[in-house]
Design a protein. Sequence first.
Length: 363
Amino acid sequence: MVVDQNYHKVKKIFLLIIFFLLFASKSYSENYKFIKIVELNEPWGSSFINKNELIITEKNGKIKIVNIYSKKILEVKHNLNFLNVGQGGLLDILYYDRYIWISYSEDRGDWKTSTSIAKAKLNKKELNFKNIFQAEPPIDSGYHFGSRLAIKGNYLFASAGERGLGMIAQDPTKHPGSIIRIHIDGSIPKDNPKFEGKSNWLPEIYQIGIRNPQGLTLSPYDKKIYISNHGAKGGDWFGESKKGENYGWKILGWGGKNYSGSKIGPKWKKGFTKAIQYWVPSIATSAITIYKGEEFKEWNGHALITSLKDKSLRKLIFNDLTNVKEDIIFKNKIGRIRDIQIHPLNGKIYFLAGNNLWLMKKD
């Protein structure tokens, strides 16, 4: 029997590579400590209101303030007319300059709902919300509400899912399947696409062609808005929100397929916004942030991507778009991750995962 002398060398090198990758992955995740802060019930969105407290939504309709040190939980009354149906309920929440903004599935009657946004002055006893945006038209569906919020100056950005209706995301006369930009008081910016050559677009729409965007954040570095999006069976992505552009759903499939297995369309083609990173098969991307802090200062400027199906935290280095680098920070540690927040002073990371609030810090 004749054996190629190079075979054993190649085999040895291959085994060394496998060993190195396994060891590196294991040691990487073991550098972090995970601490369960409190137990919650289907937590969805969160925001720091000061250095000690997070305000948190629970999908079933409750708003709670959690002290991350004493672990005390305060339930806050509110007046939102929501419908907890399917993927809907209370969604994202955002604190800024003494006020609270919230996205939720509003009950519009006859089982129809919309991704709506309301605003209230912060009061730890009771929040008196007033609507500043309603996605039109209201739809009888429990799917794909989005929705995340971010503030940039006097602008409020929000993501609105396409409610499972596919090609509605290509109709700029309807809100579902788009990125919304309004002022923080609900008024409409005069430099939105409708007033700059897109006369048939609804005045609140900033970008179209989105499926189910559950991540949206403002980068503290380049001041751009970034979003993450659930694809269908595959085709999740992370990318920049660009004014007046179209991400292509459901003309494009972003590499994914329908749940039936049938093809949707190409991953990308000219004329549509190209994402920075794609995931096929799907990892079910959820909340995202661009890290800035002391605890993990070597990550400053990197995107942190959380996931539901994959139960992972991933880090993207994307300053060079021709050479995006991805690391899996951890996987299967704390369950399905819905939200991520960075402590404003020390940079430690807080997650809503499963039915718990978690802290991650260096071990």
